[in-house]
Every structure is written in structure tokens, then in C-alpha cells.
Ligand binder design. Structure first.
Ligand code: URA
Length: 425
């Protein structure tokens, strides 16, 4: 087999054979196919697409490039959730302990933020002592002992994807639905979960800007999971405005703990419970009531044990940024729009995110929202508070907030988008 003929097949809108796909993924993982050759192939796939058979084979080849985890020794069924990423999306934090409190085991391999979307591991690392890196044995032991674990994926899981994703990131080939679907699902299937709920975000703050693209991505991923024996369901959820009232690491941990204590913003609670119901249903856990497990403290108990099992102190004071800047409402009226992308970029510029993989993040940095779309605001009231340790960042963050919100005349009818838009199974 030679790589140039594989590239030419896709460049000329042909179908890649199973043998071509198996060979190119294996040869790339071993270093026999060079980065420039793989980037030419990724661009041909972005431009000319892949059919369902090609996507399924590509995913299987990426799974086969590494190890597969096995949770069959656990006494409970496993359920996992994957979000395609958004602004203020802290849902994994309350969701994993909540689903564990209801009877499923939640092995949640998570990532770090890149660009304007936050990462679950960065958020949890604002808890003093908490460790994201666990060996496979440690991961199993936390999962078995507490019912939930949130940690980084080990290097052995789908190494072909690790290499290819880093390449796509710097060659303008991230936004190909076949490549996104196979990248996400190869990791989730290799992780060994029995069931999976996908939270596919739609809107300005998400990868998928339109409902049509989100539907295509969701149905491709549901098909891949189902074909590999993983019960998979997707919810398409709104990401036109940030989730909850915070975007930033420690700020989001604080808000997640409020949800676990039975409070927290309505949209975060609604999505957490909707995803928990889907996960429990997919895992075959009957008669559990996630709303009750939030109200009676049982989800909070699992959270405390899970954080402590990974070295964190659940009672520690969370870091607070050294400087704050308040943005006030310029007029009285109804907040009709608060754009997720603008707020996400501001949080990132304040230090909550990183520009390069190796950059550190500030635990206390981010944006706090004092109103959500649909709320009445009064001229001069705080609308947003920006937090950072490095005040020279305020100006740059303010640029991204300019034009990110609209206030209409008092009494204007403004109905915010529902949180859950569609379900695909
Ligand atoms: N997340 C992934 O893991 N892979 C992609 O391609 C996009 C988002």
C-alpha cells in the first residue's frame, strides 16, 4: 500500500477501502506516514466527506491503534457523557456524582480547554490537591469505591486520534464531521463504557453553529456507538448563551457545588437532570430520581468522596482572582441576547483558558453573569463581573464583550431558547 494512492482516492472523490483505511491509520500511528501526508488526506476528507462505512472503519482503526479499557469487573452498569464543548459548560461536575448516586458507575475521561471553550480538568484542578492524572488501576479503584471518576485519558487510549487531532488543530481540518465523530467516538468506545449520552451543543459558542450540522454530527456518532454495542443517545442543546451564571475554572466549580447542594441556576439544573435521566435510562437503571438525589444530598456525598479520592479537599476555599471589573447595564430594559462566543473569548482572555496546550490557566479568572437573556435589567446595575489576576487583560477581554449583548425596551417580549432542543437515538 502507498499513501499517495490513498490521498489520490479521496482527492478524486473516491471511497476508501477497508484495507486502505486500516493501513493508513496504522502507518500514521507508527510514523511511516508523515504529518504532511496525513494533513493532505484530512483536507481531502474535509472537502469530499466520507460515507457511513468509511467513518465506521476509520473509527474502528483508531480504536485498534491503542488499548481498550474494561469495566466488566464492576458491579454496576457504566454510563458516560460527552459534551462537544461550550461556554460555562460545567455539567460534568454535578452530573457524574449525581448519576453515581442513582446507581450507575460513571467513568468520565475528560479534557482540557483550548480556545474559548473551557475544560473539565482545568476546572477541577482549581480544587487544592485534586489530581487529573491517574493510572488505569487508580481510575478503577476510584470508580469502584465512589461510583464516579473524572480524569484525563491515558496515552494508551486511541493514540492515532491523539496524533491526528493535534495535526488537524494546526491544519484547518478540525471542522470535518466524519473526523469529529470518529475522533470522539474512538476514545469513548476504547474507554469501555456500556452506554453513552452525547451532549451536542448548537449555537455561537459551539463547534456546530447550525441545528442541521449538529443533527448530522449527532446521528453519525449515535450510529457509531450503536454499531460498537454501546447504547448511545444524543441531546442537541443550546449554546447561544453561556450555561449558568459563570464561565471560568473556580467560578464554575463553585456553581457546580451550588447545584449539588440543591440550588444553582435553573438552566444548569435542568440540563444536569435531563442528561442524568438519559444516562440512567441508557444504563438500564430503573426507578432512580435524579432530582431527589440533588435535593437529599446523596449526589453531594459522592462528589465529596470522589474529590477526596483524587487528592482534593472538598472543604478547601476555592481560589479567587485578585482583580475584578464590573460592567454595568448601559440602559434599562430586557436583556435579549448575551452571546456565548463573546463571553467565552472574554473568559479565555482573562486567563481562564490557554492559547497553546502548554500554557498555564488562572484558577480564579473568568466571567460572572448577573443577568440572563429574558431578564429585566436596570440602567447602572451590574451586568457582568470580569475576574483576573492580571488586570492588564481587562481591556482585551472588554473588546470581545463589546457587541455581545442587546438590551431592548422595557416590556419587550423575549423568550430564551429552550435548553434541550432535540433528542436523537
Ligand atoms: N473533540 C474531539 O475529541 N475531537 C474532535 O475532533 C473534536 C472535538
Amino acid at each position: 500500500m502507498d499513501v499517495i494512492s490513498v490521498i489520490r482516492t479521496k482527492r478524486d472523490r473516491g471511497e476508501l477501502s477497508d484495507a486502505q483505511i486500516d493501513w493508513v491509520i496504522d502507518a500514521y500511528t507508527r510514523g511511516e506516514v508523515a504529518d504532511e501526508q496525513m494533513s493532505a488526506l484530512a483536507m481531502a476528507i474535509l472537502l469530499n466527506g466520507m460515507n457511513r462505512r468509511e467513518i465506521a472503519r476509520w473509527t474502528a482503526a483508531m480504536i485498534a491503534s491503542g488499548e481498550r479499557m474494561d469495566f466488566s469487573s464492576l458491579s454496576r452498569p457504566t454510563a458516560d457523557k460527552h459534551s462537544t464543548g461550550g461556554v460555562g459548560d460545567k455539567i460534568t461536575l454535578p452530573l457524574a456524582p449525581l448519576v453515581a448516586a442513582c446507581g450507575a458507575a460513571v467513568p468520565q475521561l475528560s479534557g482540557r480547554g483550548l480556545g474559548h471553550t473551557g475544560g473539565t480538568l482545568d476546572k477541577l484542578e482549581s480544587i487544592p490537591g485534586w489530581r487529573a492524572l491517574l493510572s488505569n488501576e487508580e481510575m478503577l479503584s476510584v470508580l469502584d469505591g465512589t461510583g464516579a471518576v473524572i480524569c484525563a485519558a491515558g496515552d494508551g487510549l486511541a493514540p492515532a486520534d491523539k496524533k491526528l487531532y493535534a495535526l488537524r488543530d494546526v491544519t484547518g481540518t478540525v471542522e470535518a464531521i466524519p473526523l469529529i465523530a470518529s475522533s470522539i467516538m474512538s476514545k469513548k468506545i476504547a474507554e469501555g463504557t456500556g452506554s453513552l449520552v452525547l451532549d451536542v451543543k448548537v449555537g455561537t459558542g459551539a463547534f456546530m453553529k447550525t441545528i442541521e450540522d449538529a443533527r448530522e454530527l449527532a446521528s453519525t456518532m449515535v450510529g457509531l456507538g450503536t454499531d460498537h454495542g454501546v447504547k448511545t443517545v444524543a441531546l442537541l442543546t443550546d449554546m447561544s448563551t453561556p450555561l449558568g451564571l459563570t464561565a471560568g475554572n473556580a467560578l464554575e466549580v463553585r456553581e457546580s457545588v451550588e447545584v449539588l447542594a440543591g440550588g444553582g441556576p435553573a438552566d444548569v439544573v435542568e440540563l444536569t437532570i435531563a442528561l442524568a435521566r438519559e444516562m440512567l435510562d441508557a444504563a438500564g437503571v430503573k426507578d432512580a430520581d435524579p432530582a431527589k438525589a440533588l435535593a437529599d444530598g446523596s449526589a453531594m456525598d459522592v462528589w465529596r468522596r470522589m474529590i477526596a479520592a483524587q487528592g482534593g479537599d472538598p472543604d478547601a476555599t476555592l481560589p479567587v482572582a485578585r482583580e475584578q471589573h464590573v460592567i454595568k447595564a448601559p440602559a434599562s430594559g430586557v436583556l435579549t441576547r448575551l452571546d456565548a462566543y463573546g463571553i467565552g473569548v472574554a473568559a479565555w482572555r482573562l486567563g481562564a483558558g490557554r492559547a497553546r496546550k502548554e500554557d498555564p490557566v488562572q484558577a480564579g479568572a473568568g466571567v460572572e453573569l448577573h443577568a440572563k437573556p429574558g431578564d429585566e435589567v436596570t440602567e447602572g446595575q451590574p451586568l457582568l463581573t470580569l475576574h483576573t489576576d492580571t488586570p492588564e487583560r481587562f481591556e482585551y477581554a472588554l473588546e470581545s464583550i463589546e457587541g455581545s449583548y442587546d438590551i431592548a425596551a422595557p416590556g419587550t417580549d423575549s423568550t430564551p431558547s429552550p435548553v434541550v432542543l432535540e433528542r436523537i437515538a
